[in-house]
Design a protein around this ligand. Sequence first.
Ligand code: ZN
Length: 497
Amino acid sequence: MGSDSVLTSTKPTPIPTQEDPPSPSTSLLSFNTDSTTDPSNPHHKRTANSILFISLVIVTCIALSAASAFAFLFFSSSSSSPSVTPTEIPSASLQATTRPLTKLNHSVVLLISSDGFRFGYQFKTPTPNIHRLIANGTEAETGLIPVFPSLTFPNHYSIVTGLYPAYHGIINNHFVDPKTGEVFTMASHEPKWWLGEPIWETVAKQGLKASTYFWPGSEVHKGSWTCPERFCMFYNGSVPFDERVDTVLSYFDLPDSEIPVFMTLYFEDPDHQGHKVGPDDPEITEAVAGIDRMIGKLIDGLEERGVFEDVTIIMVGDHGMVGTCDKKLIFLDDLAPWIDISTEWVQSYTPLLAIRPPPGFAPSAVVAEMNEGLQSGKVQNGKNLKMYLKEELPSRLHYAASDRIPPIIGMIDEGFKVEQKRTNRRECGGAHGYDNALFSMRTIFIGHGPQFARGRKVPSFENVQIYNLITSILNIQGAPNNGSVSFPSTVLLSNPS
Ligand SMILES: [Zn+2]
């Protein structure tokens, strides 16, 4: 998207000319050899044309240089996600510097995830507590961009590792290891699945304490992280949200040296409701209000302890949500005249269609036959699904460099769903997992604390940038990742010099 427009703008624009269009070399020659400007000079008209032409060439050159310089800045500022342009106009708040801690002896980052909190939900209903964080903190003005696929486990793990799913290994909520045939599910806690270095491991490695009140991957023992009983909660969706908040608050009653420097807090809402009823149902409004109450409870608890202004709160979601309904279905069985897609080939249907055909079936042939059927006009909603060899997916998706990713991936249009065969089931609800370029897949980013400017808006960015943001706030050495090293300086206040 962004990169295309930059590349297009560097193409020379045709120069409109009247009469004989002089070539650049002859016009330069005539400029050099014909020095007169006398209007009576028979060469004057040609000279004037030449000057006009040269001016146009110079203007074009300046435009091209500016475009190249912009392109350079654009790519060098964010090697991993060219769609990110940290170009907001400097405001007064940027001149401010980091605020000193008043009660705590060390920085604390509390990372909160509200699952499926689509960007825009914060306007559904009064959310005074979330808006208090926004007003006094820094917000991604048009939301946080998830990684592809915009699913819960891949995204939560990208947030804490700074890696795209192809590199952190959690390429779907559910997948098969092609080498061993073993199945990964959301309950798999063996370290072999979870690649990269999550932030709690980075923290523990430096002799510091981290706590996790639920987060995909947090139960997994990795390196210095042993999921300590006191600070690492095993996932249990039935624990009331209030209890989660109370437990996190209780960590601030510990002696300063015992307070973890990094904490997570996770809420299943409003994802849970979004799947059931879609993003526009009153049930979502209620769930959003419920999350806002939890943020209010948290703020109150931190204020009672006198640490609200010292603690860095980063509130995010993992992905958005879009309405789905039964008219927007695509059935793989409809492709039978072109190719039989066996259920055993399909690792996931929707919104990420992932297919691994058995040996003997060339993936490229399967893709070609499926696309032929889908584009034939004879398959219901066929034009809303396009099949790719994973290597041929748009590079901005970063979804190829892992054996775990099946060789064939289908990109499904927003709100459409793929099923194997027709059934009598009729349902409308919500889904996510689609192309991360879709606005409906965006979620929220709010940063509040000593290193975030008050009332600042920053452009949207991908969630792989958050790992570097946290290591920067905690001033610790992070592991290599797909985020940009310079990103934190574009979002955080600078230290007083
Ligand atoms: Zn989710």
